[in-house]
Design a protein around this ligand. Structure first.
Ligand SMILES: *Cc1c(COP(=O)(O)O)cnc(C)c1O
Length: 396
């Protein structure tokens, strides 16, 4: 009955674990949820008010497919101010979330046999979006000892005549690590030499710590800008995951193709959410440093507590809101009759034994790690890590 395409596609594993944890919470189980991939802050009031006003004003009809001009202009201003990037309206598309922009890019650029380089560990949707378009994900392994940055020689070793694009995600989900200017320059050089497109997912750009300043690879020069499609959105920076507004900036031929694809699938992103997005981008920005300071407190606490657990080692993340500790030392150990031999065994053990939800690294292509989101309160972090510590102490 189902197409080959439908049979080959997996549901998003992070959303699946979140759903399982939420179901246990609804059933009355006291779960500490480190599985979530969204800020636990409320959308700021000025943004909500702009949406309410849009409804009252009757701004409730179809809009141009790729977004209304005032929103495109606000995005153009944002890219200029934050990223030193200059685009015109026809180089911008607004989609129903950054994930939707990424999907449109995959449809516009990838076809049968095309190879797409994806540094691993990776965000869960990249490989599946490639596969949905009959193209081939090619994983570029990255190492903890390099802070999970893709090494030039490893990238080059995977390049063939069929290589079409490189997907870059900094700050990264799941590792929480960030690319510095030198690493970006090396990737840009490779992309230009091999004529690859760079898809740069910058959704966590506002969430960086320890003085790290996000740089867009597209800002490194006009040549690399021409080969880059910058993807960003409002979900993470403005706590707007449910509003579904994301955008992409790039060459106008690509943006036009993406807009045509969008015109045959979703049409415009919600008119009301577009009005809210304008307010988010051009209104007061004081919400961001407040949210960031709170994430930073939690990050410091979580990382030091995790590293105090014997058998768990965690790099200090410089961006996003995830910790990605190495748990390989725990594999091979047992508690009662249960033996832990993978990240999913460990995740299930922690859910059942410690009542703590998190995501197995295998979902991101790295079985030696687990991912914890610190988009939860300090109290919950303390309670959750204590539970993990107790459960892990039972493994021998
Ligand atoms: C959350 C997330 C997205 C998608 O964000 P939406 O705008 O809500 O679709 C894209 N990329 C990464 C790496 C993410 O973590």
């Amino acid at each position: 009955m189902l197409s080959e395409r439908a049979k080959n596609i997996k549901p998003s594993p992070t959303l699946a674990i979140d759903a399982k944890a939420k179901a246990m919470i609804t059933a009355g189980v006291d779960i500490v949820n480190f599985g979530v991939g969204e800020p636990d802050f409320d959308t700021p009031d000025n943004i909500k008010e702009a949406a309410i006003k849009a409804i009252r004003d009757g701004f409730t009809k179809y809009t141009p497919v790729g977004g209304i001009d005032p929103l495109k202009d606000a995005i153009i201003e944002k890219l200029k101010k934050d990223n030193n990037l200059h685009y015109s309206r026809e180089e911008i598309i607004v989609s129903c979330g950054a994930k939707h922009s990424l999907y449109n890019i995959a449809q516009a650029l990838f076809g049968p046999g095309d190879e797409v380089l994806i540094p691993s560990p990776y965000w869960v949707s990249y490989p599946d979006q490639v596969v949905l378009n009959d193209a081939i994900p090619v994983f570029v392994k990255t190492f903890e000892s390099d802070f999970f940055l893709a090494k030039p020689e490893v990238i080059e070793s995977h390049i063939t005549k069929k290589t079409k694009a490189f997907i870059l995600n900094s700050p990264s989900n799941p590792t929480g690590l960030t690319y510095d200017k030198e690493s970006l320059e090396r990737i840009a050089e490779i992309a230009l030499r091999h004529q690859l497109y760079v898809i740069s997912d910058e959704i966590y750009e506002k969430l960086t710590y320890d003085g790290f300043k996000h740089i867009s690879i597209a800002s490194l020069g006009s040549e690399i800008k021409a080969r880059t499609i910058v993807v960003n959105g409002l979900s993470k920076s403005y706590a707007m995951t449910g509003w579904r507004i994301g955008f992409a900036a790039g060459q106008k031929e690509i943006i036009k193709a993406m807009t045509n694809i969008q015109s045959q699938s979703t049409s415009n992103p919600t008119s009301i959410a577009q009005k809210a997005a304008i307010e988010a981008l051009i209104g007061p920005q004081d919400f961001i440093p407040i949210m960031l300071a709170e994430f930073d407190r939690r990050r410091r606490l979580l990382i030091s507590e995790l590293n105090a657990i014997s058998g768990i080692n965690c790099l200090t993340p410089t961006g996003a809101f995830y910790a990605f500790p190495n748990t390989a030392q725990l594999y091979g150990k047992s508690a009662n009759t249960r033996t832990i031999s993978s990240s999913s065994d460990l995740t299930l053990f922690l859910l059942e034994e410690a009542k703590v939800a998190l995501v197995h690294g295998e979902a991101f292509g790295d079985d030696n790690h687990i991912r914890l989101s610190y988009a939860t309160s300090i109290e919950k972090i303390k309670k959750g890590v204590e539970r993990i510590k107790e459960a892990v102490a039972k493994l021998r």
